[in-house]
Design a protein around this ligand. Structure first.
Ligand SMILES: NC(=O)c1ccc[n+]([C@@H]2O[C@H](COP(=O)([O-])OP(=O)(O)OC[C@H]3O[C@@H](n4cnc5c(N)ncnc54)[C@H](OP(=O)(O)O)[C@@H]3O)[C@@H](O)[C@H]2O)c1
Length: 215
């Protein structure tokens, strides 16, 4: 599969590395496709990895990953070209973290809306699945933590897209995912992250994620 990863930060490079490791072709999209960090990434992953503009990456991918800074979501989609998302699964990793008052962060969108919903509204023909946003990038691919893998939670309106996402998660070393329902549930997945930051800071455990214990 050809995967377009829109985002050159830690998440984009980690998931890009993961998709290449699982046998896919990946193009990371960025405003600076020749940046030093992306050149290093490209050298590391080999011939199945490439870099391009947001528009080139969105055209390239049969499946897209959106992993840009939360405040830049609309700009990045406009740069990518909204028409390139039509019909495609879009794995949305973004968070609406507001660091304007320092640490720990709040949310600049929340409770009655979310980035996941804004992305789905902006891209009505895309099949948006909120995924990966509640775990640190260090645990996104083949997560190894004491106590077994954490729980991934996802949501989205397209049932088939979520089923495909679960297949991808299994290939990435996850047992599956807790499906919370439609994309409106992204507001709660995104709200979990300021809580996660507080928990991680309190425990000084940044390589950590939530797990549900069942009785
Ligand atoms: N870091 C984590 O462990 C983690 C975990 C879960 C979820 N997330 C979420 O996943 C997303 C990506 O996080 P990250 O840490 O990898 O990187 P990030 O620093 O939050 O975002 C970097 C990306 O955002 C793009 N960007 C920033 N400002 C922009 C603008 N004005 N216009 C267009 N694009 C812009 C950058 O584009 P260029 O490539 O052009 O510089 C880059 O591709 C975020 O929403 C974050 O909250 C992060």
């Amino acid at each position: 599969m050809r995967v377009g990863v829109l985002g050159s930060g830690d998440v984009g490079r980690m998931l890009g590395r993961g998709f290449v490791a699982k046998g896919h072709e990946v193009m990371i999209g960025s405003r600076s496709p020749k940046s030093e960090a992306l050149q290093t990434w490209r050298a590391e992953v080999g011939a199945k990895g490439s870099t391009g503009t947001f528009a080139e990456s969105a055209t390239f991918g049969e499946l897209l990953v959106l992993s840009v800074q939360g405040a830049a979501v609309a700009t990045a989609i406009d740069l990518a070209g909204p028409e390139s998302f039509a019909g495609k699964i879009v794995l949305d990793t973004t968070n609406a973290l507001d660091f304007s008052k320092g640490m720990p962060p709040g949310l600049f969108v929340g409770l009655t809306d979310s980035l996941g919903e804004q992305i789905q509204r902006k891209l009505p023909k895309a099949r948006v699945v909120k995924c990966f946003n509640i775990v640190p990038n260090s645990l996104m691919v083949d997560p190894k933590v004491a106590g077994g893998p954490p729980d991934m939670m996802i949501c989205g309106n397209d049932v088939a897209a979520k089923a495909r996402t679960v297949e991808i998660l299994k290939a990435f070393g996850w047992p599956g995912a807790i499906d919370l329902g439609g994309i409106e549930n992204a507001r709660w997945l995104e709200a979990l992250v300021p809580l996660w930051v507080r928990v991680a800071a309190s425990l000084n455990a940044w390589n950590s994620a939530f797990k549900i214990l069942r009785g």
